[in-house]
Design a protein around this ligand. Structure first.
Ligand SMILES: [Zn+2]
Ligand SMILES: [Zn+2]
Length: 174
């Protein structure tokens, strides 16, 4: 959906408030596709802050399916975000060095879906966990360690201890 900002760019003190229902059904990030399972309307406030200059503030919320990065279980993750951007009319662009990346602007039109995608990328979680203390899966047999244990020998000797043991053994041989 496109929003025409011509009036906001032109009229001093102009402020427009709007709510937009996002259309996005999936989010593609880093070559992966995440299905969207819930979303709230995007709240937008567009205000004139100078000739050919508009401030875009707003908030939104989106829920998507992702896999826990430890146990690979599918979980729903909710992303809440707020934003505050300044955009410029095409005739002001040449002189505006202070502009944010305006990939979602097309002339006087703002592509709301692109703006939303931009905010999702910025706020994307570093890693998704099904719960903060997820134990993951056994690297040897694949057992989900949240639901049970396995008999694999997962004891990893402390490398610092191994060094001390080597020194001790070495001394004994002298
Ligand atoms: Zn997990
Ligand atoms: Zn195991």
């Amino acid at each position: 959906m496109f929003v025409n900002l011509t009036d906001v760019f032109r009229d001093e003190d102009k402020t427009v408030t709007m709510q937009i229902e996002p259309e996005t059904e999936q989010v593609m990030i880093g070559g992966e596709t995440f299905p969207v399972t819930g979303k709230k309307p995007l709240h937008l406030i567009l205000s004139n802050v100078g000739k050919g200059e508009a401030r875009i503030t707003g908030s939104g919320e989106i829920t998507f399916l992702a896999r826990c990065s430890r146990c690979l279980k599918e979980v729903e993750e909710t992303l809440e975000f707020q934003f505050d951007r300044t955009v410029f009319a095409p005739d002001r662009m040449a002189s505006a060095e202070e502009s944010d990346d305006q990939g979602y602007m097309n002339g006087y039109q703002m592509d709301v879906e692109d703006l939303l995608y931009n905010e999702i990328v910025i706020n994307w979680p570093m890693k998704v966990l099904c719960r903060p203390d997820c134990r993951g899966i056994c690297r040897q047999c694949g057992q989900d360690l949240n639901t049970g244990t396995c008999d694999c020998d997962t004891f990893v000797p402390d490398p610092r201890m191994a060094v001390i043991k080597d020194i001790f053994n070495g001394n004994k041989e002298v």
